[in-house]
Every structure is written in C-alpha cells, then in structure tokens.
Design a binder for this molecule. Structure first.
Ligand code: MG
Length: 166
C-alpha cells in the first residue's frame, strides 16, 4: 500500500509519461510531414518507449494495491521550426522528466518508502540514457546544414528498433 502522497505523485507520472508519448508522436508527425521517415521512425520508437514507461508506473501502483489517478493529457505542440528544434525540445522535455522522477525519489526517501525508491532506480538510470540520446541527436542535427547530411542522419535514425525495457 502506498502513502497517499506517493500514490498521487506516481499517478501524475503515469500521465506525464503518456504526455511524453503524445509529444513524441506530434514530433513524429512533423518529421513525416518533412519527408524524413527515418527520423520519424526514431521518434515513433521514442513514443513507444514512453507508453511502456507509463504502463510500468501504472502496474506498480496497481501492484501496491492502489488505484491509478489518471489526469488529463494536454495537447502537444505541433509547430516546429527545424529538426534541430525538435531535438532541442526533446532534450528539454527529458530533463523535465528526469527532474520529476528525482522529485518522486526524494519523496520516497523522505517517507522511507524503500520499495518505491528501489522501483525508481531503473527509471533514474534510464533518464541518463534518454538525455544522452536526445543530446546526441541534437548535436548531430545542429551540425548538419545540407540536405545530404540530413539524409544520412535520417538513414541512421531509421535503423533504431524498439526493445521492451528489461
Ligand atoms: Mg519516459
């Protein structure tokens, strides 16, 4: 059984992870519209991962014998100026998610909820990876100025495959 504050924080995180998936689908749609199917695929995989994250939080709340308090998912932005802008926003968003997860870990520590603290460890490590991959994509996109280079990045991004979280 979770503390009421923890049940609420974890439920909010479910909504946030679904929002992340929604935001990345909006970016995927922009990339499709720019005729960059490889980058769009990368972003679709990113969205799939976020849906999985939402379900992992959801399942944990259920396992703890609590109800999930699902909130409203806001409409994501759909206006992006460039590919670099998309990845700048991705990195910015992942940093917000990291801060949110760290805040829940702080709460777990403060109320001595060891089970939740341990549960969050996978996510804490995952966020390091998420920020790193968003930053790599941003740095590459910024460096590319001509269409040929963008075409190559698109091919590389298109090789990404979805894998279920361990
Ligand atoms: Mg996530």
């Amino acid at each position: 059984m979770l503390d009421k504050k923890m049940q609420s924080a974890l439920s909010d995180q479910v909504t946030k992870e679904f929002y992340s998936a929604y935001l990345y689908m909006s970016m995927a749609s922009y990339l499709e519209d720019q005729v960059l199917p490889g980058l769009a695929k990368w972003m679709r995989v990113q969205a799939q991962e976020e849906s999985c994250h939402a379900l992992i939080f959801f399942n944990y709340i259920c396992e703890q014998g609590c109800q999930v308090d699902l909130g409203a998912i806001a409409a994501p932005d759909k206006e992006f100026k460039s590919v670099a802008e998309v990845f700048r926003r991705t990195l910015e968003h992942e940093r917000l998610v990291t801060a949110s997860i760290h805040k829940i870990a702080d709460l777990a520590i403060s109320i001595k909820d060891h089970a939740t603290k341990q549960f969050l460890e996978w996510f804490i490590a995952e966020q390091v990876e998420e920020e790193n991959s968003a930053e790599t994509m941003l740095r590459q996109a910024k460096r590319l100025e001509d269409d040929k280079a963008l075409f190559l990045l698109d091919k590389e991004a298109g090789a990404r495959v979805f894998a279920l979280p361990a």
